[in-house]
Design a binder for this molecule. Structure first.
Ligand SMILES: *Cc1c(COP(=O)(O)O)cnc(C)c1O
Length: 612
């Protein structure tokens, strides 16, 4: 029995397993582990973030082709447009690929702050859409006007009437052309999933029915109604049930028609925001969403066409702001396993006495005589014996050596039992593993690289990148290298265990891949323990199937990290030099040597650098 770690559920045909390795599902099928070895052979250590632009391209294409197909099928009159919400991933390694690959589609960007708007003004092709959401001050609105004066096709979406007043005021002072105006509507229908707070009547954002009517009056009064072109909503990220989107669309479609009837003659677009979900689950029966992109696209055009016909209004242009869907799959985090905690328990470390306490002797007999037929029984005995020994130790009846021998023997029995049951039914193995989990220490930081796991218990698919032609025998929990007890990914050992391989990492390397980390994780990542954004590399696949490793960007150096925290770098260097100078050392050569060592550390990144 081998495992595919749910690749068929979350993988979307992006990867395949060949010769025991996870490979890109492209013409030449490079194995991820070989790419990693290539990068590491250039001296890079620690975790690696790999970017795959061909997977960005795939998502863009599938989004456009699904909507094209859906529109063609029912002869939908409005156009389809997409903008990428920068908040989901603002890193240049992603954004530059997106804008380049999106150019043939007039792909735009969505900005939610001044910094993001500036990025959009630089990287969006003139004419492709820019939308601006979120709370705005006069300065941000002014920047929106500058973008349109530059020639950008920009829509500023108003979240409240005060913002509309700022726009009216600014419009009087600025030049032509002017940005388009969007209104964010407050829906009474709510989204689903953890992020549902973005929608609904108590939402942080959007205009109520009363405010919408007032906004149209204000726009008419100030002669700006011709610039009002779009209504916008966003019911939350990772929409798990398609029904909540349909409800929101029905409401938005009717608002669109009503506002047009009130005289908003240039209102021609509905912006659905983001929320298109992706499948993160690697376990059967735990799927995150109940719909496909095809169904999403079909529902959107069908609902909007129905309302338009009923209310006799033109079918609106459709805008989406999908972030997660476009970017999640493009990035894979690869991290080396540093240690299996139980590996310190070897027979050579046993130090039995001439006279051992009976429980220890018994453990030794169990270890020597265990067979397949007795494996499970002995395993249970071993666990309960160890438990008793630990109690005896607490009461002072056995000594530290007895305890050490017992711990070693119990672990050896577990290992032997797993080995003996290696070819038996999975359910037997499961039974043992529900009692014992192996802890894998992995060279990465959960806080930096999977912050949503820490913050909102979002799961990401995890699997070894190699050895997939061998049966994994250890039910695992994953520990990162921060010294925080939250730095652990545990798995329900009875329901959804993650089985990993029993490897001696001193002898051979073992790498884990963390998939679908391209959305939200990078910029939300925290520098807990001062571990920074990992070393990254971009893997470009050319048309003939060849791959090229480009843009290797090493993780920040320790000096840069400290600089980011506003430490005075010069002071830090001087203090170190001064302390060495005034130390007990007398030999000038030794002092120089030590200082040299320290400076090397300062200019290196802070992840663990083991050979493996
Ligand atoms: C966050 C956000 C998005 C992106 O949502 P995804 O679920 O990542 O697609 C789109 N629009 C707005 C207004 C947002 O706040």
């Amino acid at each position: 029995m081998t495992q595919d770690y749910g690749l068929g559920i979350w993988g979307d045909s992006n990867f395949i397993i060949e010769n025991g390795k996870v490979c890109l599902n492209t013409q030449s099928k490079p194995a991820i582990i070989d790419l990693v070895e290539n990068i590491r052979s250039q001296g890079y250590r620690g975790p690696l973030l790999l970017r795959f632009p061909h997977l960005i391209q795939k998502q863009i294409e599938s989004l456009y082709s699904s909507f094209k197909q859906a529109r063609d099928e029912i002869d939908y009159g409005g156009s389809f447009n997409a903008v990428y919400p920068l908040k989901v991933n603002q890193y240049p390694g992603f954004v530059k690929n997106l804008t380049e690959l999106g150019e043939p589609y007039n792909y735009g960007l969505e900005a939610g702050s001044k910094a993001e708007l500036l990025l959009a003004m630089v990287y969006v092709k003139l004419g492709s859409p820019i939308t601006v959401n979120g709370f705005k001050d006069r300065e941000l609105i002014n920047m929106g006007f500058i973008a349109s004066e530059m020639g950008h096709n920009i829509t500023i979406t108003i979240e409240g009437l005060d913002e509309l007043e700022s726009i009216i005021h600014t419009a009087k002072e600025r030049f032509a052309p002017k940005p388009n105006i969007g209104l964010r509507i407050r829906l009474h229908s709510v989204g689903s999933g953890i992020w549902a707070k973005s929608g609904g009547i108590n939402s942080k954002f959007g205009l109520t029915a009363t405010e919408l009517i007032e906004a149209v009056h204000l726009l008419k009064q100030s002669n700006l109604i011709e610039y009002f072109t779009m209504i916008h909503f966003h019911i939350g990220s990772q929409i798990s049930e398609i029904n909540s989107l349909k409800k929101a669309l029905n409401e938005a479609g009717n608002i669109y028609a009503e506002l047009r009837k009130m005289g908003a003659k240039n209102l021609k677009a509905i912006n659905l925001g983001g929320g298109l979900a992706i499948e993160y689950s690697q376990f059967k029966g735990h799927q995150d969403r109940n719909y496909t992109l095809k169904e999403y696209a079909n529902d959107v055009v069908f609902v909007l066409q129905g309302i338009s016909k009923q209310k006799n209004e033109p079918e609106p242009d459709i805008f989406v702001e999908s972030g997660r869907y476009i970017s999640a799959s493009h990035a894979v985090l690869v991290a080396p396993v540093l240690e299996l905690f139980s590996q310190e328990y070897t027979e050579s470390k046993l130090n039995l006495k001439d006279q051992n306490p009976p429980l220890v002797s018994e453990l030794y007999d169990l270890y020597k005589s265990i067979k397949s037929s007795t494996a499970i029984e002995y395993l249970h005995d071993a666990i309960s014996h160890l438990d008793s020994i630990l109690t005896l130790f607490d009461l002072g009846y056995v000594d530290l050596q007895d305890r050490s021998n017992s711990e070693i023997l119990a672990h050896l029995i577990v290992k032997k039992a797993i080995f003996l049951l290696g070819n038996s039914e999975y359910s037997d193995l499961l039974k043992i593993q529900s009692e014992i989990q192996e802890r894998y220490l992995v060279n990465f930081s959960i806080f930096q690289s999977l912050p949503d796991f820490w913050g909102i218990k979002q799961n990401f698919p995890i699997m070894p990148l190699h050895k997939l032609d061998q049966r994994p025998t250890l039910s695992a929990s994953i520990w990162d290298i921060t010294c925080d007890s939250d730095g652990e990914i545990s798995f329900d050992a009875t329901k959804n265990p993650l089985f990993l391989h029993d490897v001696d990492v001193e002898k051979e390397p073992y790498f884990l891949g963390f998939f679908l980390v391209g959305a939200y994780q990078e910029v939300l990542g925290m520098k807990h323990n001062l571990f920074t954004h990992p070393t990254e590399a971009t893997i470009k696949i050319s048309n003939d199937g060849k791959f090229e490793i480009t843009n290797i960007l090493e993780s920040q150096t320790i000096l840069d990290i400290l600089d980011d925290l506003d430490y005075n770098i010069v002071e830090i260097r001087d203090m170190l030099a001064e302390r060495i100078e005034n130390s007990v050392l007398v030999d000038e050569k030794q002092k120089k040597h030590i200082l040299g060592e320290l400076y090397l550390f300062l200019n290196d990144n802070g992840y663990l650098k083991t050979v493996r």
